[in-house]
Design a protein around this ligand. Structure first.
Ligand code: SF4
Ligand code: SF4
Length: 108
């Protein structure tokens, strides 16, 4: 059994909430500094994530979620892990009592 505070990389949170995200001012500034025009092009009004850059359509999933084989199972992989939005980085929060939807408990 894995100890508390360890993400199992199941990707359930990304699957379920990947279309409900918003970028905050810090995310937008970081992406500007990092030259991530590709990410900025996927931000809508009030920081809404993720838009299809060509059409401005709000996607019904996070386009950065991938999965890789890890032994007999699949591990979720965030393609923008190093610069992912704060809302992803901070999940699960006090609001969730630090319990993620995948059944893990994280320390504050
Ligand atoms: S940006 Fe990364 S961490 Fe956030 S929902 Fe997408 S895949 Fe998951
Ligand atoms: S649901 Fe929990 S264990 Fe699964 S990827 Fe998200 S934070 Fe990690």
């Amino acid at each position: 059994m894995k100890p508390p505070n360890e993400c199992a990389a199941c990707g359930i949170c990304c699957d379920l909430y990947g279309f409900t995200l918003t970028a905050d001012a810090g995310d937008l500034e970081r992406w500007r500094v990092e030259g991530r025009g590709d990410l900025l092009a996927m931000v809508g009004e009030d920081g809404l994530l993720w838009l299809e850059p060509e059409t401005g359509e709000h996607l019904d999933h996070c386009p950065h979620l991938g999965r890789v084989k890890n032994g007999g199972s699949l591990h979720a992989l965030c393609a923008i892990h190093r610069t992912k939005p704060h809302i992803c980085r901070s999940y699960p929060t006090e609001l969730h009592r630090y319990n993620c939807v995948g059944g893990r408990t994280f320390k504050p």
